[in-house]
Ligand binder design. Structure first.
Ligand code: SF4
Ligand code: SF4
Length: 274
């Protein structure tokens, strides 16, 4: 984690800042001498959307995916849990998804793999001095892609890599993680931490929480939404973000049923009388 902190500091202080129109020289294809060399010994933070795409690609549950392919480092400085792709236990520490012909999950590869060689710095709890996001180039020494003469702009690269869906889901995730609650150095209680982890990283467990509890007796959820979130993990994740904003951050993103509010009111009145 220290290494990551040092890199973050260098990025903010030293790396040239790029915008969508900035041009850089780069090409990556099976013909490069370093093909696959970057798919190992690397810290890849998985976003909630990455996990949904990968576990569906592999046809396994989110629980199985977490157990088999990830690590969740504990660090007292982290405001919320993060999940890393676990590299194989071999000399090169290879990614579990790399094969001779390249990435075996290419169509559903994580956001970070799509972005490389670009990085994105956003204003966040640990980037307080930053008021606007910027892109930067991560030039790994192993990477020969920079020797190419091909010029490409940041926005062309993002389009080429199919980043749009990832960014749309990323924005909704950021609505939570960049919330004032976290910026103000607040910490989640263990119960809330568990809910955060369930919604963001263990979507199948969250589905059980919603559909196999008294959730729908307490909260207003229309039939169309219910049908969508029952079948579609991405819709369920979007709903989960609304739930976190309601249950962790106190926003009015989910409506409590009137009879539940009424019962709560009566309970409070009775408590006052005693
Ligand atoms: S997920 Fe694919 S692109 Fe990303 S490190 Fe693994 S093999 Fe490489
Ligand atoms: S090291 Fe660079 S050029 Fe080589 S495969 Fe990886 S991203 Fe492509």
């Amino acid at each position: 984690m220290r290494e990551i902190e040092n890199l973050k500091e260098a990025i903010l202080k030293e790396y040239p800042r790029l915008d969508l129109n900035s041009e850089f020289q780069f090409a990556c294809h099976p013909g490069v001498p370093c093909f696959n060399d970057c798919c190992g010994d690397v810290n890849i933070f998985l976003t909630p959307y990455d996990i949904v795409r990968l576990k569906n690609r592999l046809g396994i549950t989110s629980e199985e995916f977490l157990n088999k392919y990830t690590l969740s480092p504990f660090d007292k400085n982290l405001k919320y849990p993060v999940v890393l792709l676990q590299m194989e236990d071999n000399e090169k520490k290879t990614c579990p998804f790399v094969g001779k012909s390249g990435c075996q999950v290419y169509e559903d590869r994580p956001w970070a793999c799509r972005m490389y060689p670009l990085g994105l710095a956003s204003p966040s709890d640990d980037n307080k001095q930053l008021d606007k996001e910027f892109y930067f180039l991560l030039q790994e020494s192993v990477c020969k892609g920079f020797e190419s003469k091909r010029k490409i702009t940041v926005s062309e690269w993002l389009k080429d890599q199919g980043i749009a869906d990832y960014n749309e889901m990323g924005e909704q995730f950021k609505d939570i993680t960049l919330n004032k609650f976290f910026q103000d150095e607040n910490n989640l209680t263990p119960k809330k931490l568990e809910m955060f982890f369930t919604v963001c990283y263990n979507i199948d467990k969250f589905r059980k929480f919603v559909f196999e509890s008294s959730f729908f007796d307490k909260f207003e959820v229309d039939a169309v939404t219910k049908a969508k979130i029952e079948k579609d993990d991405v819709e369920l994740l979007k709903f989960g973000y609304q739930w976190l904003r309601f249950s962790l951050l106190g926003e009015k993103t989910i409506a409590v049923k009137s009879e539940i509010l009424e019962a709560k009111k009566k309970e409070l009145e009775q408590k006052k009388k005693k």
